[in-house]
Write a protein that binds this ligand. Sequence first.
Ligand code: NAP
Length: 229
Amino acid sequence: MAKKALLLGATGLIGSHLLGYLLDSEMYDSVAVVGRRSTGVKHPKLVEHICDFASIAQHPELFVCDDFYNCMGTTIKKAGSQEAFKEVDHNIPLAAAKLALAGGAKSAWVVSSIGADPKSSIFYLKTKGEVEKAFVDAGFDRVMLFRPAGLLGKRNEMRMGETLGIGFMKIISPLLIGGLKKNRPIEAKHVAYVMAHQPVNHVKGSRVFESHEIEQIYGSMMSGCRYME
Ligand SMILES: NC(=O)c1ccc[n+]([C@@H]2O[C@H](COP(=O)([O-])OP(=O)(O)OC[C@H]3O[C@@H](n4cnc5c(N)ncnc54)[C@H](OP(=O)(O)O)[C@@H]3O)[C@@H](O)[C@H]2O)c1
């Protein structure tokens, strides 16, 4: 039975790749995106809603779906404050997810971050950990949590600090072995590919995909082998 997917963050680095994969997927006969601006994508399966996220509670019909995907996010610097960052990375996705659940959604795919931990003393990682926990507790049948390290890929905007940090990690990437492997930067499109293609029907409750696992699954998929748990 073909299903309906709903995607938040479709104009972002991971989200734009994911949108393409979801539109190509035979699993979905409809892919809805909700965002503050258009993706510019034209596709017969795509339904776009441009909205003000402050008033989504008045438009529950926009969030009716089977599968909910969240790639929304910002940085504390870009948002301007910790509070504004939390609104984008935590409050809005959760409000949208609750509307999706009320509309019948059973599964959620959430982009989180390496190091996400509700007990972290680092605000960004603490917020990501809190988002993960809130999604797990929300009531979906299954929740897939993706924890990428620094994202590689072409952005339309310049993020100097992030680019330098990820560039440095890329250079030292071959030295990151054993327990350090998960810190290797990862292509955003690999994260999106695994989100769209990894079979998850057997997942009951939640499952965390660490960055190095995402890369491993992607590599297996590209070489035609099935990833083994
Ligand atoms: N960057 C990294 O290296 C890294 C590493 C690990 C995890 N992550 C996490 O991965 C996720 C995806 O990252 P990404 O780099 O793909 O994201 P991105 O390119 O920054 O895109 C973020 C998405 O969120 C939307 N968004 C941001 N602020 C918004 C607001 N105030 N209202 C409505 N929509 C808003 C953006 O819409 P617009 O296009 O309209 O701005 C865009 O669709 C994020 O949660 C991020 O924290 C990132």
